[in-house]
Design a protein around this ligand. Structure first.
Ligand SMILES: Cc1cc2nc3c(=O)[nH]c(=O)nc-3n(C[C@H](O)[C@H](O)[C@H](O)COP(=O)(O)O)c2cc1C
Length: 205
């Protein structure tokens, strides 16, 4: 059975295109594989920013952590465990000021953890979350896959590289972009995403 983790983060909750299409992929894969679906909705249940309670607490053994450190590290452990337990991860991200939402960034700040999700070796860093497939849905008002704004894409490019750093190297991306360029452009972007998602779900079987 396939374990699927879907991580959503649109400010607009279920109305957000990234959440809508990430959910569609996750549910389509689940229907196809009969898998288990775990949802981490960062919009309805936002994470705190990381603090020294986490960054210092994770450096010391459990028995000498303060109660605040124990709580902060336990939260990060829960998030990492959700990824470890997943065979497939689906992430939805809506662009905010050329980058990702602070909700999604807070999730990343909890899961990028030296010695746990990546480790330094003689040749540099190795990602430890290997052997998983990731589907990444990004939504943006402008177009960033090509053209004048491509150098300003600090969302999709960042996420693909960041995920690779922790071992999630098999990433299939779905860009819903140009939705601010009028209704025709928005409808075309949505139709293209629908078609790409249908094809991905069929291939995943
Ligand atoms: C506060 C805010 C900032 C945004 N910044 C950008 C931006 O820098 N570039 C862009 O192309 N779109 C930007 N947008 C548009 C969103 O990326 C777009 O509406 C996208 O669909 C949001 O994802 P969602 O539908 O999953 O919520 C912004 C929207 C908001 C609300």
């Amino acid at each position: 059975m396939t374990n699927i983790l879907v991580v959503t983060s649109s400010l607009r909750g279920a109305e957000g295109l990234s959440t809508r299409f990430a959910t569609e992929i996750a549910e389509g894969l689940k229907a196809r594989s009969g898998g288990m679906l775990t949802t981490r909705d960062l919009s309805t249940t936002p994470l705190p920013h990381i603090t020294p309670a986490y960054t210092e607490g994770r450096m010391v053994p459990l028995d000498i952590r303060t109660p605040e450190e124990q709580q902060a590290v336990a939260l990060a452990e829960t998030l990492v465990q959700e990824i470890r337990a997943a065979d497939v991860i689906v992430i939805g991200s809506g662009m905010i000021n050329f980058s990702l939402s602070s909700q999604l960034k807070a999730w990343i700040d909890h899961i990028v953890w030296p010695g746990v999700t990546f480790a330094y070796g003689e040749a540099g860093a190795n990602g430890l979350l290997t052997g998983k497939k990731t589907y990444l849905v990004t939504a943006s008002g402008g177009v960033f896959s090509e053209g004048a704004y491509a150098p300003l894409d600090f969302q999709t490019n960042y996420l693909v590289r960041l995920l690779g750093f922790i071992g999630l190297t098999d990433v299939e991306t779905f860009r819903i972009e140009g939705t601010a360029y009028g209704p025709d452009a928005a409808n075309a972007a949505i139709a293209a995403a629908e078609a790409q998602i249908r094809s991905a779900i069929e291939r995943a079987a």
